[in-house]
Design a protein around this ligand. Structure first.
Ligand SMILES: Nc1ncnc2c1ncn2[C@@H]1O[C@H](COP(=O)(O)OP(=O)(O)O)[C@@H](O)[C@H]1O
Ligand SMILES: [Mg+2]
Length: 326
C-alpha cells in the first residue's frame, strides 16, 4: 500500500485543473456535434431565470465507462454558499460526477452548470470559478509546500505581482505557514491534504470541490482539515461540494447531503431531516438508539448496498495517497 518517493501515479496528471490553454485539451473533446444544434442558452445566460443561479446544477447527468454506467441520471442542485456533501459507498459514481462538474470529463448526456455557466459550452468560465482537490494525490513530494502552491497560482493565472502574497495567504489559511519551505515529503498525511487544499484555494474559487478530503486520515487530522475548510468558507462565503464516506463527518459539517447509490441520488436533505425522516418511518417507537446518517443510507440503498458496491469500510483503501508522501 505504502509507496515512497516522488513518482506520481500515472493518473494524477489527469486530474490537474487549470483554466490555461495547456490543460485545455487534456481530458476531453470539446462539445460534440450532437450538442451543436440544440436550442440551449447562450454563453452568458443563467440556467434559471429566477434569482441567482445555483452553484452547481446537474440535470439527468449520465456518464458511462464502456459497459459501466457510473453516473445514471444524476439530478443535483448545490446552493450558493452551502457546504454540500455527496455521500455514498465505493463505486457510487461520486468521483465521476465531480469530474463532469469540474469539466475534466465531458457531459455525454444531461446538463451540468456552475453558477449558471454550462460545463460543456463554457468550460473555461467554469474552471475559473472552481478549486478542485482530487481524490488522487495532487501535491508533488519533491517540492516545498510553497513551491507546490506557487505552481497552482501560475496555472491559475494569479498575477505575478500578487502571487507571493496569495501563496503565503493560502498556506496560512490551512495552517502551513510555518512549514511552507519544507519539502512536502516531510509532511504528514493530514498536512499533505491541507497543502492540496491550499493549492485549490490560491485562485480564490467561488466553488471548492473536494473528493474524499479526509480519507485515510486519523480523527485529529480529519478535524483539522474540516476546521480549515470552515474557516475559509466563513471568511469568503465560498460554496463547498465535498464527497465523503464518513457519515459522521457529513452529519457534523455539511448543511445538506445527497446520498448517492449506483449513479443516482437516493435521498437528499439536511442531515437532521434525513435522520428524522427515518425515525418517523420506523414509527417513533422510542426504542433503541436514534438513527444515524449511515442508518438512513442503509435504509434507502436497501439490500443492494452490500453486493455490487461494497460498503463504507472498503472505500478507505481507495486513497493511496496521503500515506505515500508522508
Ligand atoms: N476510468 C474508469 N474506467 C472504467 N470504469 C471506471 C473508471 N472510473 C470509474 N469507473 C467505474 O465507475 C463506477 C463509479 O466509480 P467512481 O465514480 O469512482 O465512484 P466513487 O467515487 O463513488 O467511488 C465504478 O463502477 C467504477 O469502477
Ligand atoms: Mg471516488
Amino acid at each position: 500500500m505504502r509507496r515512497r518517493g516522488g513518482t506520481r501515479p500515472e493518473s494524477a496528471g489527469q486530474d490537474r485543473l487549470g483554466p490555461g490553454p495547456e490543460s485545455a485539451g487534456q481530458a476531453e473533446p470539446g462539445p460534440g456535434p450532437e450538442s451543436a444544434g440544440q436550442a440551449e442558452p447562450g454563453p452568458d445566460t443563467p440556467v434559471r431565470g429566477d434569482g441567482p443561479a445555483d452553484a452547481v446544477s446537474c440535470a439527468g447527468l449520465v456518464y458511462a465507462f464502456g459497459e459501466t454506467t457510473a453516473v445514471d441520471g444524476l439530478d443535483l442542485a448545490v446552493r450558493d454558499g452551502e457546504v454540500f456533501g455527496l455521500l455514498g459507498p465505493n463505486g457510487a459514481g461520486k468521483t465521476t460526477a465531480l469530474r463532469c462538474i469540474t469539466t475534466l470529463l465531458p457531459v455525454p448526456a444531461g446538463r451540468v452548470s456552475v453558477f449558471g455557466h454550462d460545463a460543456t459550452r463554457e468550460r473555461m468560465a467554469v474552471r475559473r470559478l472552481l478549486g478542485y482537490v482530487p481524490q488522487q494525490l495532487s501535491a508533488d513530494s519533491g517540492l516545498t509546500g510553497r513551491e507546490n502552491v506557487t505552481l497552482f497560482a501560475r496555472v491559475f493565472d494569479v498575477s505575478r505581482r500578487e502571487r507571493a502574497a496569495r501563496v503565503a495567504q493560502a498556506l496560512d489559511a490551512v495552517g502551513l505557514g510555518d512549514v511552507a519551505d519544507r519539502l512536502a515529503k516531510t509532511y504528514s498525511g493530514g498536512m499533505v491534504r491541507r497543502l492540496e487544499l491550499a493549492q485549490a484555494l490560491v485562485s480564490a474559487p467561488r466553488l471548492l470541490i473536494l473528493d474524499e478530503p479526509t480519507i485515510g486520515l486519523d480523527p485529529i487530522a480529519r478535524t483539522s482539515v474540516w476546521e480549515h475548510i470552515n474557516a475559509v468558507r466563513a471568511a469568503t462565503g465560498m460554496t463547498v461540494l465535498v464527497t465523503t464516506h464518513y457519515m459522521d463527518e457529513a452529519d457534523q459539517y455539511c448543511d445538506r447531503v445527497a446520498l448517492m447509490h449506483r449513479g443516482r441520488v437516493r435521498a437528499l436533505g439536511t442531515p437532521r431531516e434525513l435522520r428524522d425522516g427515518l425515525a418517523a418511518r420506523r414509527g417513533n417507537s422510542g426504542e433503541g438508539e436514534p438513527p444515524t446518517l449511515e442508518d438512513v443510507f442503509r435504509d434507502v440503498a436497501g439490500s443492494g448496498l452490500d453486493d455490487r458496491s461494497g460498503d463504507f469500510s472498503d472505500v478507505r483503501s481507495t486513497r493511496r495517497t496521503a500515506s505515500r508522501v508522508g
